[in-house]
Each structure stands twice: as structure tokens, then as C-alpha cells.
Design a protein around this ligand. Sequence first.
Ligand code: PEP
Ligand code: MN
Length: 350
Amino acid sequence: MSNSHTPPLKLIVGPCSAETEEQVITTAQAIASKYPHAIFRAGIWKPRTRPNAFEGIGEEGLPWLKKVKELTGMRTATEVANARHVEACLEQGVDVLWIGARTTVNPFSVQEIAVALKGVNIPVLVKNPVNAELSLWLGAIERLDLQGIKDIHAVHRGFHTSEKQAFRNDPKWDLAIELRLRAPQLPMICDPSHICGNKELIPYVAQKALDLGMNGLMIESHINPEMAWSDAFQQLTPLALEELLDNLKVRRPELPAPENGKELSALRSSINKADEELLQVLFRRMQYAMEIGEYKKKHNLTILQVNRWEEVLRDRVGIAQAMGLNRTFVKEMYNLIHEESIRKQSEVMN
Ligand code: PEP
Ligand code: MN
């Protein structure tokens, strides 16, 4: 999975929920035999969409996590949704806490948790909110930061969508990337289990997360997934977890200085030059669009000329495809360029 050149990947693995002492201990022992440095996760309180589903074992399960630590040496993690959960976890020595997606959406709850954690020096993970709102995710992180919590990680677990798609939660990778740009020092963990909602897509999502330079993975693993009391479809057996991790490629974010050689710098300066040309061409294209705007104004013509636009799109997409460029990409790019041309022409005309 990794070699001596790659940064160590943070692994947070374990069942969706702590169900029984035996399930927790046997799962933990199977995981620890292969990944003793992993953090063992298990949900104690489960936010469920409908009542009468299994809502977690509650405080009764916390001593099981303690036992996991005694027996395997692994650190433990669970989800907290209010100050009482925080207190109970701290009393029982849970090492890492996470704020779940359904809690990150609620600033009152996040604030309550942040205040309960003031002065406590343990890692806190903040899952993205259920809805695709970057500022809520950032806001939760800021609330913890304001209470002096030092070790904060973001967890990308995908976003609710009403569109039909293969994932349980839409990854919206662009939002995760945007958070990395806004908070470059903040480590980010990907949770492919909750993004996928099934076992089959997990390898693809986990690899994509690593290719984007994420710092770790949170993956649900259960000794007997078919019998799991929650999220049965997405949990991996410890053996399947091992197979997944063995096949992942961890890549380096940067080459160390002496190796960061001429080849890469030369390619990067070629890219910089090509980008400059691209921008100049775009600038020229917009200038022509504005001149056409003047012409349309003079002759009282509509901005949108449907036939002309169809012809341009067909022609450019055809050329691009012949060059080996991706058809959808070029079409989307032209739609954006066209929108901007229309905006510029209406500025000229109005
Ligand atoms: C979980 O990790 O089991 C969980 C409930 O996750 P989320 O908050 O991402 O839905
Ligand atoms: Mn789960």
C-alpha cells in the first residue's frame, strides 16, 4: 500500500455501529492483526433517518472500546452529537471524536460540542454536512478552532442528492478540493464507505481520494457485514479491507528537493506558457464577440442566433474530437465561453 517514500496514510477503520461486545472485539482483533496503527472506529450513538431503526447501543458500548484499546493497542474513535456524548467519551478514554454529517449541518450542536471540548487535547474529525454547503463545513471547523482545539481533520463523506446516481452520496470532489484550497493545512480524510453505499465502488473512490492527495481513509469494516445492524451493504470484512488496501497506490504529493528535477520544471514551464497562450486567445475571442455585439446593436439583431451557435458548437466539438480531446469536456467548455460571450454582448448592447 505504501513505500518508504510516501507519507503514512491515516486509517480509521471499524464497524458502522458497535452492536455487541463480541462483534466489536472480534472485528477489532481482526483489524489490529494487520493494521495495529489504525484507529478503530465504531458508532455508539447512531443518527437514523426514521425512528425505530437501531439508534446505537449508547453508553453501554463505551467500555467495549476501552477493551479494544487494552487488547489491541489501537486508538478508538466514535461519533458525538452533543455535549453529553463528549463527556461520556472523555470519561471512558475514547481517543478521537468525530462530528457526523447530520450534526455538522447544525451550528447549535457544533457549538455545544466545541465548548464541551474546550481545553481537551484530542483529535476531532469534522464530516462534511449532508447538504453541499462548503461554508457550513468550514464553519464547524472554525467553531472548534475558536475553542482552541488543535488537531482537527476534515472528513469527506459525500453529499445528499436527489439525482439518481451510482453513489449513495454524491462525492462532489470539487467541494473537497475547494476546502483544501481554503484551509491548506487542514488534513483531509476520505470516507468512501458513506460516499459509495456499496462495497463495489469503494476501491475506485478510495483510489481517487489518494490521487487527490487526501491524507487518510475512514472505512467501515465488520466481522460479518451481512448481519450488520446498520449500513450492511457498504461494510467490508477485515479480509476484504486488506485486499482493498493492498491494491491502493499511495503517491507522493511532492518530490523531495534534490529529486525535484529539471524534467518536471521544464514540463511545468511549458504548461505555464500554454496557459498564457490560452488566456490570450480567450481574450481575443471575447474582443471579437464584443465587436459583433456592436454590429448586432447597429442592425437591431438578437444576441442569440441559434443556427450560428449550433453550427459553431458542432464544428468545434468535431475538430476537438478529431484531435483526441474529450467531447463532453469541449462541449461544456464551449457552453461556458458562449455564456460569457452573451454576457459581454448584452453589456455592449444595453
Ligand atoms: C458513520 O460514520 O457511521 C456515519 C453515520 O457517518 P455520516 O455522518 O457520514 O453519515
Ligand atoms: Mn455508517
